[in-house]
Design a protein around this ligand. Structure first.
Ligand code: IMP
Ligand code: MG
Length: 187
């Protein structure tokens, strides 16, 4: 299907969008590659894909439909990371499945400081999965505080704040079909 230029669809470009960094076509292509790689590595392992809510749900939705292996799906949600709370993160929605002995692949939208995943990896590792790996659509290594190994990464990004394709600003703009930088409000 041919992409219609965004200039022809002003209703899809909210005033906050500065620049589209990854359009639908680029995202779909990269997700196809990731799905092929993951399907190959996890053939015969019947992995459980753990989607980190809310941001990763759009990515997960497209990724799993390109995967060629039997898998199960589960969801986990943590409270937002707040420096003001000393960086404390809490699980606000836990998994439904027992992951002990299972091959777990965590799906994240973006790894920034790495503190969120550092916490989740610690919690999930204690449940003794057979393996635990991370797949993040976006990686922002420049701002990393916790050293966490990312097995699969879609794209590397700079330190500019991003919205769209699951990524939010104050819970908005997750539904944009592309990933974009944002104009700073009031600027
Ligand atoms: P970390 O704990 O600093 O790695 O933060 C990761 C979480 O912060 C992700 O799950 C996102 O929800 C959020 N986040 C980090 N950078 C961005 C961004 O540029 N746009 C939207 N959300 C972001
Ligand atoms: Mg978020």
């Amino acid at each position: 299907m041919k992409e219609v230029p965004l200039s022809n669809r002003p209703h899809l470009v909210p005033a906050v969008v500065k620049e589209v960094v990854f359009d639908q076509e680029a995202i779909a292509k990269r997700i196809g590659e990731l799905a092929a790689e993951i399907s190959h590595s996890y053939r015969d392992l019947r992995p459980v894909l753990v989607v980190i809510l809310k941001g990763a749900f759009v990515f997960a939705c497209d990724l799993i439909r390109q995967m060629k292996v039997e898998l199960t799906l589960d969801f986990i949600a943590k409270s937002p990371y707040l420096a003001s709370r000393g960086g404390e993160v809490k699980i606000i929605k836990d998994l439904e499945q027992d992951i002990s002995g299972r091959h777990v692949l965590l799906l994240e939208d973006i790894v920034d400081t790495g503190l969120t995943l550092n916490y989740l990896v610690r919690v999930l590792s204690s449940r003794e999965p057979a393996s635990l790996a991370i797949c993040s659509l976006l990686d922002r290594p420049a701002l990393r505080l916790a050293d966490i190994p990312l097995r699969y990464v879609g794209f590397n990004v700079t330190d500019e704040f991003l919205i769209g394709y699951g990524l939010d600003y104050r819970d908005r703009y997750r539904n944009l079909p592309y990933i974009a930088t944002m104009k700073i409000e009031g600027a």
